[in-house]
Design a protein around this ligand. Structure first.
Ligand SMILES: Nc1ncnc2c1ncn2[C@@H]1O[C@H](COP(=O)(O)OP(=O)(O)O)[C@@H](O)[C@H]1O
Ligand SMILES: [Mg+2]
Length: 230
């Protein structure tokens, strides 16, 4: 098992938001987390990536306990979190945004930029443009490209298609499908058509709990069934 989240509780102040949440991520699998707004999906990803600390339970990555580690340490181990808010450094160029991702982890900038181009060729003509001019989809591609700097082992991507137009959603889904199998991913996604198409494993979250783990291929591909569980 690449990642094991074992019975974690997470609080914001005195409010408990995650209750005994456990998930498993296998190497090279694409795991989807689904659930309505407020279910605790973002809290789970932030806890795995070190931005929040569980009050109980452990997160283990490659047999090492990472719960309690700082986010920069977790990132150096190869676990990268792509935030839900799609924030880029708007006044900087795409290239400089890439450099800010590569520098702290001592990743090779040219390689990182090549990888960005390999996920989306249309970033080539945008490389010297200010990031604030990018469309929502281009921003998301830049954020995924930033996360890929330094060849991470596990990407955690929080609602990559949220707020995007249908045609752009397909673009992002294609990129995730192409990345699939080359690294491991945990994707929080509310678009069930995409989830059904790409997931190897699904966790349904509700009110801070994991309601169900789905690994049967026939169940994963049955969008109506997944919908009925939310
Ligand atoms: N910074 C915070 N302080 C207090 N409560 C929060 C904070 N962030 C999220 N919450 C609460 O935690 C719960 C889970 O939120 P979140 O993990 O963002 O859910 P999701 O990503 O599934 O929409 C919600 O009830 C939300 O209101
Ligand atoms: Mg969220």
């Amino acid at each position: 098992m690449l990642l094991n989240v074992d019975a974690i509780n997470v609080h914001y102040g005195s409010a408990q938001v995650l209750h005994d949440v456990s998930i498993n991520v296998k190497e090279r699998e694409l795991t989807c987390i689904v659930g309505r707004n407020g279910a605790g999906k973002t809290t789970l990803l932030k806890t795995i990536s070190g931005f929040l600390k569980p009050t109980r339970g452990t997160v283990t990555f490659e047999d090492r306990t990472i719960s309690g580690m700082r986010p920069d340490k977790v990132a150096l181990l190869g676990v990268k979190y792509v935030f839900q808010d799609k924030r880029v450094f708007g006044d900087l160029t795409v290239r400089d945004n890439m450099e800010l991702a590569a520098y702290p982890i001592k990743a090779n900038l040219d390689e990182a930029i090549e990888r960005l181009f390999s996920i989306s060729g249309k970033m080539k003509k945008l490389i010297d443009s200010k990031a604030k001019g990018l469309s929502g989809g281009e921003r998301q591609i830049l954020l995924i490209g930033r996360a890929l700097a330094g060849s991470p082992k596990l990407l955690l991507i929080d609602e990559p298609t949220e707020g995007l137009a249908a045609i752009v959603i397909n673009d992002i889904a294609r990129i995730l499908m192409e990345m699939k199998g080359r690294l491991s991913m945990v994707v929080v996604e509310q678009n069930l058509a995409i989830v059904s198409r790409m997931a190897d494993r699904i966790y349904i979250m509700k009110e801070g709990n994991v309601l169900r783990e789905i690994t049967e291929e026939a169940e994963i591909r049955d969008q109506a069934y997944i919908e009925s569980l939310l």
